[in-house]
Design a protein around this ligand. Structure first.
Ligand SMILES: Nc1ncnc2c1ncn2[C@@H]1O[C@H](COP(=O)(O)OP(=O)(O)OP(=O)(O)O)[C@@H](O)[C@H]1O
Ligand SMILES: [Mg+2]
Length: 266
């Protein structure tokens, strides 16, 4: 049986047209992420990492190619359905936290639930639970200003978890942290990945972060140029979605990912 892919992207192209210049930010990207997998996306500044994240999560439209999320083609969804899917099934973590400065930790974490019209008491209960998962229950009533960078990032991770998503997208989640805090945040994401089967796609410049994931996807000039599997060093051999085809494909490089999936499905 083929591994269940949370995300499957084929031949994705994205060009930004600023009026003056056209930037071909993505030039035929193939990438699949299995349920329960933790993937790092690395590459030099401007190579298209954030663009890829935005396109895969449906935040940004693509010009050509296909993206399927949990088997459903993104292109077939209405704007409303896409937004709704993001709110229900996806979590987001960014470099600069994006926390509301006037809201306490627990209020920041429960905000997405309140926006999704979850009852206030239920939202609070789940927000407190999410803060417990990241070890911040004692900081529930603190404002972002009263927290360290590492604590702030843990609040954003709690916020990303609160709707019980299938996948969390993180864009340089440790970019603003010192190495000790960066390691702690990475370990926290790893724990949530292993314990809850949550998929993570993490854009990072930090090889220390990349090394703690299942797979490093390297990008250059809008393309996936190399993939490196790390499951053995992370002690999770055979557990990366349990799919040898994907593993073999990853070893051979991103451009080959399509074939083995087809083979696996046949
Ligand atoms: N909204 C936009 N309008 C025009 N060009 C854009 C836009 N967003 C990104 N680009 C261009 O697309 C290319 C890829 O940008 P992207 O932000 O995806 O790179 P990145 O790999 O995330 O870089 P960094 O590591 O610096 O964050 C760059 O050349 C960038 O200038
Ligand atoms: Mg970026």
């Amino acid at each position: 049986m083929a591994t269940e892919q949370i995300i499957e992207a084929r031949e994705v192209h994205k060009t930004y047209d600023t009026g003056k210049v056209e930037v071909r930010a993505l030039r035929g990207v193939d990438l699949a992420v299995a349920r329960g997998e933790m993937v790092a996306i690395m590459g030099p500044s401007g190579c298209g990492k954030t663009t890829l994240l935005n396109c895969l999560s449906g935040l940004d439209a693509i010009d050509a190619g296909e993206i399927e999320i949990e088997g459903v083609p993104l292109a077939g969804m209405s704007d409303r359905a896409r937004t709704d899917y993001r709110a229900r099934r996806m979590g987001f973590v960014f470099q600069f936290y994006n926390l509301m400065p006037v809201l306490s930790s627990v209020e920041n974490v429960e905000l997405p639930l309140l926006v999704a019209r979850v009852h206030a008491r239920e939202a609070r209960r789940r927000a407190v639970e999410a803060l417990e998962m990241v070890g911040l229950e004692r900081w529930a009533d603190h404002l972002p200003d009263e927290l360290s960078g590492g604590q702030r990032q843990r609040v954003t991770i709690a916020r990303a978890l609160v709707n019980d998503p299938a996948i969390v997208w993180a864009d340089e989640p440790t970019g603003d942290l010192d190495s000790e805090n960066a390691a702690e945040i990475t370990d926290l994401m790893r724990r949530l990945n292993v314990e809850r089967g949550l998929s993570f796609v993490i854009v990072t410049h930090d090889i220390g972060v990349g090394r703690k994931t299942d797979r490093i996807v390297r990008m250059l000039d809008g393309q996936v140029v190399e993939q490196e599997l790390l499951e053995v060093s992370n002690g999770r051999a055979g557990d990366v979605g349990g799919d040898r085809h994907a593993a073999d494909a990853a070893r051979r490089g991103g451009r080959r990912l399509r074939e083995p999936h087809r083979a696996g499905a046949a």
